[in-house]
Write a protein of this length. Structure first.
Length: 299
């Protein structure tokens, strides 16, 4: 029996999500406990999953030469697709290093540049990634910072006509669109207003996997509706980090004498609860159905 390789690029899993109208979590991860929580959750939910890491996280804590072999080892034992993606790669050096480390996917974020420069940079990275069997995510429009209220700046939103030209010229595999979300934590009590009509127009015009950045704090109603309108990848960082921190604080308060290893295990279990609930919410649970001897098959 041919061994199924589950360390994959994002391309195939996101096209399945696009075809079957659900979304895949892309979860930022900087250590072993997070990696285990993410992959074990995916296994238990029969769901594909994307592990994200940003250049800043790579340099500060989750070094690529450690993270890649660890995630590959965990993915080798998995029976659902696992991708490892460089999130918001802006510098050529960061992206090429990620590809050399054997990330399975990269994002080129040139959204802060003028349209033609974004196309030039994205085309170059897409060609490089495809030549190595990897997938490439790009961004058009600009998903800024929640603290600056960037998500409500309509000037940053993705233009539908530009998006068509951008995809045709760059050959990116999926596109992050700006429809009203922003990165980081929103001001207390704020739920962003999303431009769902624009999202529907983008989906119809592009007919490809679309990505929502800044999903943390957007609210369950917004997330569910975004998936229904065509989002196929949702980046989750702030919400999971916050959940893990709160679980750590509560565990220490309840059990002040807990050993360090048991503390890590408790936080890992709490992260799994959050991830599995999110997978059910966005429809990726049960998308990879198992047969006893042949491994997972797409339904």
């Amino acid at each position: 029996m041919e061994e199924k390789i589950m360390y994959v690029s994002m391309k195939e899993m996101l096209w399945h999500a696009h075809t079957h109208r659900y979304a895949v979590m892309a979860i930022n991860c900087v250590n072993m406990e997070q990696a285990k929580a993410i992959i074990e959750s995916a296994e238990e939910e029969h769901s594909p999953v994307i592990i994200n890491i940003s250049p800043r996280q790579l340099k500060a804590h989750g070094y690529g030469y450690i993270m890649v072999p660890m995630i590959q080892a965990l993915a080798k034992r998995a029976s659902v697709p696992i991708a490892f993606n460089l999130d918001h790669g802006a510098n050529f050096e960061d992206i090429t290093q990620a590809l050399q480390w054997d990330f399975s996917s990269v994002m080129i974020d040139a959204s802060s540049y003028e349209f033609e420069e974004n196309i030039r940079r994205t085309s170059m990275i897409a060609s490089l990634a495809h030549g190595m069997g990897k997938s490439c995510e790009a961004e058009l429009g600009h998903v800024g910072l929640a603290a600056n209220a960037d998500g409500q700046n309509v000037d940053y939103f993705t233009n539908v006509a530009q998006a068509q030209e951008f995809v045709e010229r760059t050959h990116c595999d999926c596109l992050a669109v700006a429809i009203g979300t922003a990165h980081g934590a929103y001001p207390k009590g704020m739920i962003p207003q999303l431009d769902f009509e624009r999202l529907k127009q983008l989906k119809e015009a592009l007919n490809m996997p679309l990505v929502l950045h800044g999903g943390s704090g957007a609210g369950e109603e917004n997330i569910r509706k975004a998936v229904a309108c065509g989002i196929n990848k949702i980046n989750v960082c702030t919400d999971l980090m916050k959940h893990a921190k709160e679980a750590l604080i509560k565990t220490l308060a309840d059990e002040p004498d807990i050993e360090y290893m048991e503390l890590n295990m408790a936080v890992e279990e709490a992260m799994k609860d959050f991830i599995k609930d999110y997978m059910r919410m966005i429809g990726s649970s049960q998308q990879y159905i198992f047969e006893q001897h042949d491994g997972p098959e797409l339904d």
